[in-house]
Design a protein around this ligand. Structure first.
Ligand SMILES: [Zn+2]
Ligand SMILES: [Zn+2]
Ligand SMILES: [Zn+2]
Length: 217
């Protein structure tokens, strides 16, 4: 694997605008929904052959799963929402739960494609050598409407204000991670996420029990 310097280290607002425009030349004239509709998928599509080295017994097990680039688990209703990385300024479209409309927040869990920036490994991000490393692989999620905005590694965005009027910088900052692990075994990745959520809820309940003497329902 050849190591190339990441574009992230050269980030500036002018450079970012150039990158964003390279993928959507006239995006500024279009509504975000139209930009999203026209944008192409960034990551390689999932192929059952990718799972050949796992203990997956049959492709039939996958029929009911929606194959995006990962999922986020809603902290409010536990619904599993499919994530899709697309080109352009709104890399993960709207991040509202499909069941209860909750906007992805710090308590929701997501697979590697949406890694909280505080947990991202900067060296892994700078070593990506596939074609997608030309894109800035970071975003902020608008806390008011759920629209994701592509940013540089520091969380700065070409657009300062979201379509809903909320300043983009108020949104939580995420690294757009690799889909490799997800594609290798989506079932195990989804299960890991559920286990993590269960452990955290249990941990919280134990702490509350210690503090208040009971476990809230
Ligand atoms: Zn939900
Ligand atoms: Zn949440
Ligand atoms: Zn917004």
């Amino acid at each position: 694997m050849t190591l190339r310097p990441s574009v992230i280290s050269r980030s500036s607002l002018r450079f970012m605008s150039k990158v964003l425009n390279a993928f959507s030349p006239d995006f500024s004239d279009l509504a975000p929904s139209e930009v999203i509709r026209r944008a192409e998928r960034v990551e390689r599509e999932w192929d059952f052959a990718d799972c050949a080295d796992t203990d997956v017994a049959s492709p039939a097990r996958f029929l009911n799963l929606r194959y995006g680039d990962g999922i986020f688990l809603c902290c409010r209703c536990s619904h599993e929402n499919s994530l899709l990385h697309i080109q352009g300024p709104f890399p993960l479209r709207h991040l509202n739960c499909g069941q209860c409309d909750h906007i992805l927040c710090g308590s929701c869990h997501s697979t590697e494609i949406l890694t909280p920036a505080s947990q991202a490994d900067p060296s892994a991000a700078s070593q990506r050598s596939d074609a997608t490393d030309r894109l800035l692989r970071n975003c902020r999620v608008c806390p008011q409407c759920g629209l994701s905005h592509r940013t540089d590694a520091r969380g700065d965005c070409a657009l300062e204000i979201c379509q809903c009027g909320c300043p983009v910088k108020l949104g939580s900052h995420y690294h757009i991670g690799s889909v490799e692990q997800w594609q290798r075994d989506p079932i195990a990745s989804a299960q890991n996420l559920r286990d993590r959520r269960r452990e955290e809820l249990l941990d919280k309940a134990v702490k509350q029990h210690r503090r208040y003497g009971y476990i809230p329902s």
